[in-house]
Ligand binder design. Structure first.
Ligand code: 2AM
Length: 178
């Protein structure tokens, strides 16, 4: 809630794995990390929006509904780790240009809704686990092939013992997403 009593939702745009890709991500998470994230929570964040009210949510949905972006395939074949937060992640040694183009469009179109693009470069990744203190970095893993045909707006909801992510809306790639 904010000072006017409005409920704010913690929002982000993401790629949402289909069941087979999710199964393989969960397998990788179990293989490479001691305490993997819950399987239903595995995803790739495109843009993190943070806490937003209903008015902003309307703006966000309208802003991205005009996006025209190409479908693409991505191969996840790289295990990375980021320091302080101990994030163990899965990424790709070859980032599809269409993925960068999608993120660029999102960042641009969301600015009138109060979104400020992050200064740091976008590194596409699926977080497998957090607070991992023994980093593992490996290139050339057997790739997990992911055919990306849509992007989603998701909400992070606090639940007992952690968070749960709920998909609010989906937009197809490669056709008019109105
Ligand atoms: P992650 O993909 O690196 O784990 C929902 O919380 C999603 O938004 C998570 O996937 C998380 O990143 C991302 N996220 C959470 N807080 C963030 C922040 N302050 N900046 C950027 N991304 C964030």
């Amino acid at each position: 809630m904010n000072e006017t009593g409005e409920r704010k939702r913690r929002l982000f745009f993401a790629l949402w794995p289909d069941p087979e890709v999710r199964r393989r991500l969960a397998e990788a998470a179990r293989r490479w990390t001691p305490h993997p994230l819950a399987t239903p929570n595995l995803h790739m964040t495109l843009v993190f929006l943070g806490a937003r009210g209903e008015e902003e949510l309307r703006c966000i949905i309208e802003a991205v509904s005009g996006i025209r972006a190409e479908p693409f395939d991505i191969e996840l074949d790289y295990l990375g780790h980021w320091g302080r937060a101990g994030i163990q992640w899965l990424g790709s040694s070859r980032i599809p240009p269409a993925l960068n183009a999608l993120v660029g469009q999102l960042q641009q179109r969301l600015q009138p809704c109060g979104y400020e693009p992050e200064k740091r470069r976008f590194v596409p990744h699926v977080t497998l686990a957090r607070k991992v203190r023994k980093p593992r970095i490996k290139a050339g893993l057997e790739p997990i092939r992911w055919s990306v045909r849509e992007f989603v707006l998701a909400e992070s909801v606090s639940v007992e013992g952690g968070v749960s992510y709920q998909v609010l809306q989906r937009w197809p790639l490669g056709e008019a997403s109105l």
